[in-house]
Every structure is written in structure tokens, then in C-alpha cells.
Design a protein around this ligand. Sequence first.
Ligand SMILES: Nc1ncnc2c1ncn2[C@@H]1O[C@H](COP(=O)(O)OP(=O)(O)OP(=O)(O)O)[C@@H](O)[C@H]1O
Ligand SMILES: [Mg+2]
Length: 506
Amino acid sequence: MSDDPIVQMTGIRKDFTGVRALDGVDFTLRPGEIHAVMGENGAGKSTLIKVLTGVHAPDAGRIRLDGRPVGFHGPAAAQAAGISTVYQEVNLTDNLSVAENLFAGREPRRGPFIDFRAMRRKAKALLDDIGLDLNVAAPLSSYSIAMQQLVAIARAIDVEAKVLILDEPTSSLDRDEVEVLLGVMRRLAAQGTAMVFISHFLDQVYEICDRMTVLRNGRLVGEWATADLPENELIGHMLGREAAELEQIERTVAGHRVADEAPLASAAGLGRKGSIAPYDLDVHRGEVVGLAGLLGSGRTETVRLIAGADRADSGELRLDGAKASGHNPRTAAARGIAFCPENRKTEGLVGDLTVGENMILAMQAARGWARSVPAARRDRLVAEFIEKLDIRPADPDMPVKNLSGGNQQKVLLARWMLVEPRLLILDEPTRGIDVGAKADIQRLVAELSGEGMAVLFVSAELDEVTRLSDRIAVLRDRELIAVLESESERTVEHIVDTIVAGGRHE
Ligand SMILES: Nc1ncnc2c1ncn2[C@@H]1O[C@H](COP(=O)(O)OP(=O)(O)OP(=O)(O)O)[C@@H](O)[C@H]1O
Ligand SMILES: [Mg+2]
């Protein structure tokens, strides 16, 4: 491995209106190394990447690639120079096939025509190579976000990048898929590809990265070899506080449910062919029910039926004992059910609207568009949730597209929390959220359930599921296989055992 940097950024400054996103940041990347860029939501990680790849022009500073000064006028130019990027938000074209997405802009041709057969064959070989078994002719949109992300990574690998940038690629992958990805990364590193890895999963960062650069409030805190920076010190550098100050979340939820109380929502034999097998599940007032299972196990599909986002073709849902007929997103909202979906970009935020407008959308819809929410009430609620979720910048009038990925996620959560639903359904609420803010969100969920709200939530992080849930529904292969109730069952080990044992009888 040569020690000459492949990328050297010095004194980078980037201003957006009212925000100095980067302030004199230095960053050095060496061939064959995996380098983490760490920091809180809004610290400037994605902006640093976007400056490097020509999405944003820096206001000051220099960039060298292989020792030569560069300044890309866009991601295509950066890509041509050997820098491939997988952005935080999936940016592939949904309605094209998997193969078309892999080869967009560089399709194999036969004369003037695209050679679809060759393209599918090459796509299959490429995915086989990284251990992904997908139907390359199927639309990309028919796969989960996680799969879509892996396809984006496969594309980056195939263009033989000198530098590969991964901005939160693992936030929607399950354990097996993360292993696939980390394996691919190690292989690439051995071939000399340099990688920038951004992730809020500290265990992954420690497993895969050689060095770390830490940013805080747009400034460089420092650069360390991973081996020299213990986790608690890293967190301290990221948050600018002593790690010891970071209190653990106390379980404040337990015991709110009255044992003999009738359930608020009760699913009996609820199911949808090809999506989730018929299941029974109750949720009580003041109770947090977590859904655990591997990616593709049917967690999202389960909650979508209760949320009215998908239509069940068997069984029934009862709310307060009454059958919820004609259940769809509109009637579900009228029944006091709020659903915060996992894909914030396509199902969630309106980029050009402000933070405040995005937050108030669901509440406004619930009142009907003819009766607008009074300005004073609106401003008070928006300010309250900006504070509770520590949304930065704390500016209700900022277009939401200008917020960092994690802060956008918080805006979406606020939207559904502030309608004060009877049942709040959250699909992966803390994905992409930094360690400090994650604790804030978990605390808020506990607080809301303490006030009597029923909460149903999906999370790939078993720690989070066990910490927050009063009961845990475990899924496997699109089937609800167990509901864990007792304290002794609600452990990560027991959930894993249940999932593994669930397959024995097949
Ligand atoms: N296009 C933009 N216009 C205005 N402000 C922006 C723009 N893009 C980013 N910012 C601001 O720059 C700062 C840094 O954002 P950035 O996206 O780099 O954060 P991040 O470290 O990637 O955070 P996260 O972990 O949430 O993804 C934030 O205050 C953000 O609001
Ligand atoms: Mg980011």
C-alpha cells in the first residue's frame, strides 16, 4: 500500500444560506484504506462528500486527486475520474429494471440498439459475484430499499472506482446483507480501492475501518487510527460531551398496560397473500409493541395492514372492539392511527416545503384542507417538536431538503407524533439517526406511551426493540411466529433463538 494520499482535501469551507456546513476541514484518504467520517446529524459528513464529488462547489479550500488539483463540476465528472458514490438517499430510477439501473448510461449495444440480453447476462454475473440473487429483469422498485442500495453498490464496483464513497449504505440492511457488504468492501480494499464509509452503526465502523475523521458542527475535530480511539472517546468527540454524560434510556414504559383491559387494536387472522401470512396481534393503550425479524421477514408488511397502507385479504382488524371495515390510509387516520413509513424520500417528505409545513401536513390533512390549523397553535407545536427531537438547524422556515438526512428523518417522525394518534406506527424510526438523537427519540416514544398512546414499531436493531418494547412480535419468512411477553423472553438472545428455531419445522 502506498502512503501517498489518493484524495487530499485541505481547508474546505462550504456555506449555505445561514449555515456554515464546513469550516476549514482537512481530509486525507489513502489507497486501500477504509476511512470513516463520523459526526452527529448535521455535522457536515454528506456535505464533505458532495464537495469532493462535485455536487457542491467549495467556497474555499483545495482538493487533490492522486496529487493533482481537481474541481469537479458534477458527480459525472467525479465518476469519470474514478470516484463512485452511493448516496444516503437511494438515487436509482425505480421504474427501470435491475439490469437497466446497473448499466444506465453505459448499456451494452448492438449497433444503435441496447442489447438487453447481453445487459441481463452481465447484470446477473455482476450480482452473482457479490452474492446477490435477484431477478435482473424485474423493476428495481419491486425490491426493498436495502436491495436497491446493494444494486447501487454493485454498480459502483463495476465501474472500477479508485475511490468508493458509501454514505450510510447499511442503514436499511439486515445482518446478513451487512456481512455481504462488508465482505465486498474488504475485497475492494485488498485490491487497492480506497473507501469512505459513513455510518451511525459504531460496531460496523469499528469492524471495518482503518481510520476515522470526526466532524462536529462543520469543523474538523481530528483524525485517528481506529485502534487508537476507543468507542466512548469517539462518542465524546462526536457529541462534544463526555461519554459518561450520556445517560442510558431508562425503561419508563413498562406497566402502563392494564392486564385485563380490552385491546385498542386487535388483528385476528389478518393477512395478505404473497405478503404476510394471517396473524393475530393485539396492541393496548400505553403499550409499546416491537416487531423483530430479519429483513424480508414481513415486519413492514405486518404493520402496513394495520395502518391501512395495504389492504388485507383475510381476517379482520378491530379498533376498540368495532370492526374496521374499508380500512385505507384515510379511514385509518380518521380512526386515530398514524403511520410513519420507512422510506422517507418517496413516501414522506416534500422537499420544497419548509420544516414547519412538513411537520403540520398530517395534522392539516386530518382536519380537512378547508380548516387550516391556527397559526399560533401550529407555531407552538412545531417549536415544541423541533426542541423535543433536537432538529437542527432549529428553523421552522428552512426548506426540508436543506436538512441533513438524519434531521429530515426527525421531521417525518414529528409529523406523525404531533397528530396525537391513538396508535402510532413507526417503521424504522431511528434509521440514520446519530447516537445522541437516537436516545432522544427512544425517550420520546417512551414518554408518549406513558401518556397512553399505543405504539407499534419496526426496528432492525434488536437492542432498541428489547429496550423499548412491552411485548415483542417475532417474524420469520413472512409469518408471525411468536409474541414474547415476559421479561426473561424479551432479550436479544431469545429473539435470535426464536427466529432460528422458527425454521426447524419447515
Ligand atoms: N442544500 C443545502 N442547503 C442548505 N443547507 C444545507 C444543504 N445541505 C446541507 N445543509 C446543511 O449543512 C449542514 C450539514 O449537513 P450534512 O447533510 O452534511 O450533515 P450530515 O453530517 O451528513 O448529517 P446526517 O448524519 O444527518 O446525514 C446541516 O446544517 C444542513 O442543514
Ligand atoms: Mg448525511
